[in-house]
Design a protein around this ligand. Sequence first.
Ligand code: GUN
Length: 297
Amino acid sequence: MTTIIDGDGVASEIRDALGESIETLAEAGARPGLATVLMGDDPASQTYVNMKQRDCEEVGIEGVHVDVDGDAPAEELYEAIEELNADPAIHGYLVQDPVPEHIDYREVLRRIDPAKDVDGFHPENVGRLVAGDARFKPCTPHGIQKLFEAYDVETEGADVTIVGRSDIVGKPMANLLMQKAEGANATVTVCHSRTTDLAEKTRSADVVIVACGVTELVDASMLSEGAVVIDVGISRVEADNGKGYELVGDVEFESAREKASAITPVPGGVGPMTRAMLLYNTVKAASITEDVPVELP
Ligand code: GUN
């Protein structure tokens, strides 16, 4: 029997546990605050930041949203960043990626106060993660680690193949899993668009994590019997289902589930975990900044 990994369920448990820590912080006069910054009007990004704001409201985090005109000069975005860096009510914030073409996202990240960088993308936080001393683990890889924990997926000594080398998922996922640490100790292979014989690399893995943004790239023929499959992709494709579209991942779910011992669905797998771990990092930021110790799930 293949286990369908219930990301919604695990995320909900994490949110409930965070709710208690948020109450503790609020009672100490330190309600956590999270800001989202969106430059431009990309519809997918708007949906994502709206969901992040709704999550804040649900768990009792003070949510603030800042819109910056997509045609504005970079300085306008930098001013918004400086204001958030200086605002004591904001413990964490993020600038939604992608930004308009005239903006250098790396420069944006360098300007974020690393103590408020709840994405974990600032170079200081990337360095800390690589050194095995993470302040904020990036939300998607951290969420995947939590799924492994919840479903007793053994990473120690496991061969893990990651498909995708993005700064947001592939690179931090590889760094986390190769560490000498609990929930890690894996042998990691990172594949990308120039990898020769991708199928050979995925077929030799105990765990396959796919985060490359190519719809249904990985199918059953590329998996070993009993592999654990984590699908980070989410794309809208046209469908004759009344809605006009459906959401699909980077894994061909229907064939892959026949081979996998456990697999994440799309939607309802990794996505809700990413959102929950952003709340986790915000609570952690508030706890550190306000010097109010709390339990983290
Ligand atoms: N765009 C897609 N995913 C993310 C994310 O995790 N953080 C930010 N800032 N932008 C994104």
